[in-house]
Design a protein around this ligand. Structure first.
Ligand SMILES: *[C@@H]1O[C@H](CO)[C@@H](O)[C@H](O)[C@H]1NC(C)=O
Ligand SMILES: *[C@@H]1O[C@H](CO)[C@@H](O)[C@H](O)[C@H]1NC(C)=O
Ligand SMILES: *[C@@H]1O[C@H](CO)[C@@H](O)[C@H](O)[C@H]1NC(C)=O
Ligand SMILES: *[C@@H]1O[C@H](CO)[C@@H](O)[C@H](O)[C@H]1NC(C)=O
Ligand SMILES: *[C@@H]1O[C@H](CO)[C@@H](O)[C@H](O)[C@H]1NC(C)=O
Ligand SMILES: *[C@@H]1O[C@H](CO)[C@@H](O)[C@H](O)[C@H]1NC(C)=O
Ligand SMILES: *[C@@H]1O[C@H](CO)[C@@H](O)[C@H](O)[C@H]1NC(C)=O
Ligand SMILES: *[C@@H]1O[C@H](CO)[C@@H](O)[C@H](O)[C@H]1NC(C)=O
Ligand SMILES: *[C@@H]1O[C@H](CO)[C@@H](O)[C@H](O)[C@H]1NC(C)=O
Length: 747
């Protein structure tokens, strides 16, 4: 969690805002069905209701609405107390009269306030939210009331001159105050003076006294003259349901609290109140007023871009791994971890400068076409451009411009196109999830079915691999190499679009449960021949030799006719023609990794030969390249295989079906070839071309003459996946068991 103080504040603000919003939203359903819920613009929530229909309010909780004024005025059922606001938390704000005592021209006039006897009504003056205040410079104010026992309180306020007044301070000079006790349901206010205001009549002819909302009045010296002509001040009444406590009323006939609410005793007098239980909100007095709050489901107020988990009363927003959360424009967003951006930016600074102009033009072009789309679209565009840069758009541009003409077939898809093609990345379109990505089935407007690989997160090595894969695949046009159709850089994580090869990986067909021994010897030979052919092509025929670096059975995809497609070029390397070896970080998959390369970090074509040798062994034995389930000396397939051959036990470790279907001569020849492929000394291994010729020779030999076909004519079919749950995506995305060892240093 990379929270900064301001961001935390913003988040807090957002949350507060949410709570406020939800409170207002909860006002929508506040009365029983069929009852009027408003007088003017004051809401009258149940258990209150407007007079006229006694089933719309609980006993004695009626409110009358007088339309003769504008806006209309509300009154408590007693008819004299003006209501300003009703709160379901147990309060009613009223506009209450004040008492005064005046000595003008030697004549005393007064009005001593009397509060209607409210003993039979559910209202009590709030002791916590009100004060009793008296204003005057010769003033003695009493409040006499009954909260059961008789009670008298009061305060004295004196002053000699207007100068002695402190504005805003009600501490006995010009103004005095006192709190009031609990439970006041009836009272009278009486004001008297010591000297009939004789010496101070010029600036203070009258005394005033009233009960007022704690925050509803601030003393001002000018009030001493005539209290600004005011006759009423706001005060707060507590209300409660009935006269009984929760214990007495619960489960009774007349229980007022609805579903998902609980009862609590009123604190100021008898009766009880209801409140929604945690996680619910609404009007607890309505049968089903308390509604579950599912913050995550509320699309309008969604502040969480990450993983939203609804909790009781709140929600939990967390970001997926590899991202951190940040509040952007009042929303919690999940931002890919910052090192990516920095690393890429720094590394490719030079290219950025070089490309600046070209890219500027590009953005201008794209930008101008986006101008129509208004502010929101522009913001989106900015975001996309950001992603484009972040996702290695520049690197790709650079790579593409370096190899002019070779990438025309690679299309850069837009985010919208892919959203449409994958039905907005619908769950049902998932072909499978790999080590660090998800592969979706996409249907392009021309009905072509494609595989869309979406990596989970982006870090530096992955960006490089991603660009690498795009560049390499776009060089290659071979029927046994998976075809890259394009990519999309505008989204948060880069997307790769492949032809859809939908029959799983070779690994799946050899090793997965239910598939053991499912491949015939002939199919195995075909797959071996095709894979060898593809690799030989990569090593010699492509415009620049390519070393795959990660040949393994999970990287060989099969189509419905069991034709092989070599895939996953994330780790591959282009070898400049004047070099035959490269020093690289050792990278590959345990079990397939060339030990010589492992030791020296010298990458040559022979590393692929070694890995292919292991694949041959897999095809022959049906055993995994590396398995910790096997006894120690058999764990490593290559050693196991070679030692079995030495001991003349080869046929003991081969898969039964292979032994049954293949001729002994063929099998021995392939086994011998595999053994040569995995020689420790790379120089002693055959080249991929020799391997391909040899395997192909055997394959042709094994075929019936009339089946022999011209492979060039085999059309690539883009078809429906036979069973998506069966689908193994590791072919597109196989870094699960991939190792990167930093032994040799950089290139
Ligand atoms: C009184 O309110 C109830 C709903 O609580 C409604 O069904 C009824 O029709 C109302 N009666 C009149 C006369 O409005
Ligand atoms: C109530 O309505 C009047 C005008 O009809 C408006 O001036 C006043 O601000 C409103 N009060 C509230 C609390 O919305
Ligand atoms: C409404 O108020 C006016 C004046 O404020 C008063 O004359 C009238 O009687 C009131 N109507 C009702 C129904 O209370
Ligand atoms: C309270 O009543 C007085 C006098 O009737 C009126 O002038 C004042 O506007 C009322 N206060 C509110 C907040 O409505
Ligand atoms: C007010 O108080 C004075 C003295 O305490 C008393 O004489 C007078 O009767 C009281 N008036 C009323 C209306 O209660
Ligand atoms: C009284 O003063 C406080 C702060 O000095 C202010 O927040 C409040 O709104 C004032 N109340 C009135 C009724 O003016
Ligand atoms: C509610 O009030 C009753 C009677 O006054 C008392 O017995 C009971 O304990 C109170 N309940 C709570 C939860 O305070
Ligand atoms: C609470 O809800 C259930 C089911 O929605 C309903 O059967 C029951 O009558 C409700 N109880 C109250 C007190 O409204
Ligand atoms: C929120 O989710 C994260 C990740 O799932 C978890 O670590 C954290 O404890 C959760 N927080 C709460 C309050 O549930």
């Amino acid at each position: 969690m990379l929270f900064y103080k301001e961001e935390a504040m913003v988040l807090l603000w957002v949350l507060l805002h949410l709570i406020l919003l939800s409170l207002t939203a909860a006002h929508s359903q506040q009365t029983l069905p069929g009852c009027q819920d408003k007088c003017g613009n004051v809401t009258v929530p149940y258990p209150f209701g407007l007079v006229g229909n006694s089933s719309c309010y609980r006993p004695l909780m009626d409110i009358s609405c007088n339309y003769s004024s504008n806006p209309p005025k509300l009154f408590l059922s007693t008819g004299t107390v003006e209501v300003l606001e009703i709160s379901l938390l147990g309060q009613v704000r009223i506009n209450h009269s004040i008492a005064w005592d005046c000595y003008e021209d030697g004549v005393r006039t007064n009005r001593f306030d009397t509060w209607t006897n409210m003993f039979k009504y559910p209202y009590t003056f709030s002791d916590t939210l009100n004060r009793f205040i008296a204003i005057g410079c010769d003033t003695l104010a009493f409040i006499t009331g009954s909260n059961g026992p008789e009670y008298t309180g009061g305060c004295v306020s004196l002053c000699n001159s207007q100068e002695s007044i402190t504005e805003g301070s009600c501490s006995g000079i010009g103004c005095c105050e006192t709190s009031i006790p609990k439970g006041i349901k009836s009272f009278t206010v009486n004001i008297s003076s010591f000297h009939n205001h004789n010496r101070i009549r010029k600036f203070n002819p009258c005394s005033f006294a009233f009960i007022v909302d704690k925050d509803g009045y601030n003393f001002s010296g000018s009030d001493l003259l005539n209290f600004q002509g005011r006759t009423r001040v706001p005060a707060v009444l507590d209300w409660a349901i009935g006269e009984k406590s929760c214990e007495e009323v619960q489960r009774g006939e007349d229980y007022a609290c609805g579903n998902n609410s609980h009862c609590f005793n009123a604190t100021n007098g008898p009766g009880y109140l209801c409140r929604c239980i945690e996680g619910y909100q609404g009007n607890p007095y309505l049968p089903d007023g308390c509604q579950y709050i599912d913050e995550c489901a509320d699309k309008n107020r969604k502040v969480c871009e990450g993983i939203c988990t609804n909790t009781l009363g709140s929600y939990n927003c967390s970001c997926p791994p590899g991202t951190y959360d940040e509040v952007v424009q009042d929303k919690l967003r999940c931002i890919p971890s910052p090192p990516v951006i920095n690393a890429v930016k720094n590394r490719f600074l030079v290219w950025q400068v070089a490309l600046g102009m070209g890219l500027g033009l590009l953005f201008l072009l794209v930008g101008s076409s986006c101008l129509y789309w208004g502010v929101e679209k522009r913001r989106l565009f900015k975001l996309k451009a950001e992603f484009f840069q972040k996702n290695g758009g520049m690197l790709l541009q650079q790579q593409m411009s370096n190899r002019e003409g070779t990438v025309e077939s690679t299309k850069i898809f837009t985010a919208e196109e892919l959203e449409k093609a994958t039905n907005n990345y619908d769950e049902s379109r998932i072909l499978g999830r790999g080590g660090y990505g998800t592969v979706y089935k996409g249907i392009l407007p021309n009905d072509n079915i494609v595989a869309v690989k979406k990596s989970k997160l982006v870090d530096e090595t992955q960006i490089e691999q991603f660009i690498n894969e795009v560049v390499i695949l776009s060089q290659i046009n071979h029927r046994n190499v998976v075809k890259l159709l394009g990519c999309c850089l505008e989204t948060e994580v880069p997307l790769l679009i492949y032809e859809c090869v939908n029959n799983g990986t070779l690994f799946h067909h050899i090793h997965d449960e239910g598939h053991v021994a499912s491949l015939s010897w002939e199919t195995r030979l075909t797959i071996a021949a095709e894979t060898a052919g593809a690799l030989a092509y990569l090593h010699s025929a492509a415009s620049i030799p390519i070393i795959h670096r990660d040949i393994k059975s999970t990287n060989i995809l099969l189509d419905e006719n069991y034709r092989a497609r070599v895939s996953d070029f994330g780790a591959s390397r282009l070898v400049p023609l004047d070099q035959t070896q490269l020093t690289t970080l050792v990278q590959g998959t345990l079990g397939y990794l060339d030990p010589e390369y492992f030791q020296t970090s010298q990458l040559t074509e022979k590393s692929d030969v070694y890995s292919f040798g292991i694949v041959l062994m897999e095809l022959l034995t049906g055993k995994k390249a590396l398995s910790f389930e096997r006894p120690e000396q058999e764990r490593n397939l290559s050693m196991h295989f070679v030692s079995a051959m030495k001991q003349n036990r080869l046929f003991e470790i081969l898969e039964e079906r292979v032994v049954q279907e293949g001729s002994q001569e063929q099998i021995l020849e392939i086994a011998e070839l595999a053994k040569r492929c995995v020689r420790l000394n790379g120089d002693e291994r055959p080249t991929m071309k020799e391997v391909a010729m040899e395997v192909e020779g055997l394959w042709r030999l094994g075929k019936h003459p009339w089946v022999q076909q011209e492979p060039q004519e085999t059309e690539l079919l883009l078809g429906e996946p036979s069973d998506s749950s069966d689908y193994n995506t590791t072919g597109y995305d196989s870094l699960k068991d991939h190792v990167i060892l930093s032994l040799g240093g950089g290139r």
